[in-house]
Design a protein around this ligand. Structure first.
Ligand code: NDP
Ligand code: 8X3
Length: 251
């Protein structure tokens, strides 16, 4: 098979990083994105032994930069076969009446609008080439709402709707669209949600065996290695100890 190129947003940690590592080991050419330039450089240096890497440091909220950077990729990286729309986070865990408007803005601007900007920037070339694969990273929070999850859950329900909308509108174009919805995964996610409160973040994953970022990367790899006629449309992945957003078998 011809070498494929993947663009991964949020490749500086967690699920995006684990996916970059796995894709690199399979010789997928990589465009790695995130805001933290130093991390991108370090990751590129580590993965360069496996494949060609191009790094792009930008905030997915910055519409102009998204279109400028993705519209001027070097020739060797300009034909994107796989887009992993992964960048995102929860900000805060508060009842709606106490929520911070800047947290709400961050979640809707990053998780929803950022995903839209990146997709719109990548799609024209995929349409021209009549091929491509978009994997949106949703969440169990996009399937059910949990107490204090309000706006984060809304952002992930939006990802679910956008994923369905993309699949409907791109039907017949040769582009695959699917969503992977993880349950609890031990990454930097809770550290970001709790604004650097590491002990509160660690507590989220205590008393049970959560998913690891690599578990989700392996599911993504499965999705991108199906035969041309097979599209993994919607997959939810939880650890054995999790039954729903609120039912977790903690010991
Ligand atoms: P991490 O916090 O480990 O990773 C988040 C990634 O998103 C980082 O690489 C970060 O890079 C990037 N990112 C965040 N904000 C921006 C921004 N404004 N612009 C560009 N990049 C940004 O969390 P996860 O790996 O867990 O999260 C990845 C995805 O998985 C998210 O969409 C999350 O909602 C989803 N998810 C996570 C679950 C979990 O339990 N961990 C469960 C279900 C879904 P940088 O800071 O360098 O910009
Ligand atoms: C992340 C999973 O349950 O923390 O999307 O919202 S949860």
């Amino acid at each position: 098979m011809q070498q494929r190129t993947a663009l991964i947003t949020g490749a500086t940690s967690g699920i995006g990083l684990a996916t970059a590592q796995l894709f690199a080991q399979h010789n997928i050419k990589l465009i790695l994105c995130g805001r933290r330039q130093e991390r991108l450089q370090k990751i590129a240096a580590e993965l360069n032994e496996y494949t060609q890497i191009h790094t792009l440091s930008f905030d997915v909220r910055d519409k102009k930069t998204v279109f400028d950077l993705l519209g001027s990729l070097p020739d060797a990286f300009s034909e994107i076969d796989i887009l992993i729309n992964n960048a995102g986070n929860a900000h805060g865990l508060d009842p709606i009446q106490e929520g911070s408007t800047s947290d709400w803005d961050a979640m809707l601007d990053i998780n929803v609008k950022g995903l839209l900007y990146v997709s719109k920037a990548v799609l024209p070339k995929m349409l021209e080439r009549k091929q491509g694969h978009i994997i949106n990273i949703g969440s169990t929070a996009g399937k059910e709402v949990y107490p204090k999850g309000n706006v984060y859950c809304a952002s992930k329900h939006a990802v679910d709707a956008i994923n369905q909308g993309m699949r409907l509108d791109l039907n017949g174009t040769g582009i695959k669209v699917g969503v992977v919805n993880p349950g609890l995964v031990a990454t930097e996610f809770s550290e970001v949600r709790f604004k650097g409160d590491t002990s509160r973040a660690e507590n989220v994953y205590k008393g049970f065996t959560p998913l690891q970022a690599k578990d989700i990367a392996e599911v993504i790899w499965f999705a991108v290695t199906r035969p041309p006629h097979v599209n993994i449309a919607d997959l939810t992945v939880m650890c054995l100890d999790q039954a729903s957003s609120t039912i977790v078998n903690k010991r």
